[in-house]
Design a protein around this ligand. Sequence first.
Ligand code: NAD
Length: 310
Amino acid sequence: MKVCITGALGHIGSAFIRHLNIKHLEKVYLVDNFLTQRYVSLFDLPEGIPFSFHEIDILSEDMETIIKDSDVVIHLAAVTNAEASFHNADMVEEVNKKGVERIAQLCAKYQAKLMFPSSTSVYGVQEGLVDENCSDADLKPQSPYADSKLHGEKFLQSLKESDGLNYVVYRLGTIFGYSIGMRFHTAVNKFIWQSCAREPITVWRTAWEQKRPYCDLMDCVDALNYTINEDVFDGEIYNILTTNLTVKDIVETIQKYVPDLEVKYVDSPIMNQLSYNISTEKSLARGFSYHGNLDHSIKECINKLKRMNA
Ligand SMILES: NC(=O)c1ccc[n+]([C@@H]2O[C@H](COP(=O)([O-])OP(=O)(O)OC[C@H]3O[C@@H](n4cnc5c(N)ncnc54)[C@H](O)[C@@H]3O)[C@@H](O)[C@H]2O)c1
């Protein structure tokens, strides 16, 4: 089995490449252009895995040789900050939209199977319990980032019909949990960082009691291993998440370890008034399982940062 992982040095990729659990691994291509400067993600990689690192852009011509030699592509490379995507919409268009189109076209051409991580942010403005059957008309992405994910989903579906692409889409909840390449722009991780930096935790004014989907990093890693081992490239969309939580749930858990934290309310272009839960029924029925634990992950991250303000 030859696997190509794009964006391999990021928050998810740097954990995945340390917890690969795939039968008969012949080669693991790691592709990253250092957009986010995660050189550290290459430190101390596990022994005995045939890694091959390539510092290249996913839009470069070099991708063709790599995908031609790959059985599976895990396409993690993207511009990933949803809030910032209002200011760098051109880059999101180039990397996220043109990027997934190019990767998918190469996968179709060379019959490599593709895993595309979309996001539960494609659901946008919803209320109540939401599942993958939500109609297209009800998907209301609230940022250029979320819009690029929905574009990717639709492009893959059309390439399956026209060129027989084998793929699967995961709508991932917001990832929480430590990895060496982790970033701190999403809810749980950002709050941990702020509390350890002795800064006020900045909460969107409307968000305190709203439910949103979150995914433990190790549940995401398990899902990626499962995808390859169980050949889950069935052209379907699956919600992948550990739990639905309010910001209040998250802040109260952090407070167990940083009791004197301060909360400050702020505005954001992507906040809205509605509360929703995302269903995992479809992914559970397909054999995925979720074991993540918010308390454990928060404790682990805070422990890693505990000496920055002794
Ligand atoms: N982290 C989350 O909460 C979350 C939630 C839903 C979906 N996702 C999706 O999962 C994927 C991985 O997320 P992450 O949190 O690990 O992101 P990340 O930002 O931590 O990592 C992305 C990696 O991609 C690389 N990259 C960016 N543009 C590139 C390009 N043009 N060519 C090559 N490499 C490039 C970056 O250098 C970085 O190492 C992304 O597609 C993201 O949209 C993440």
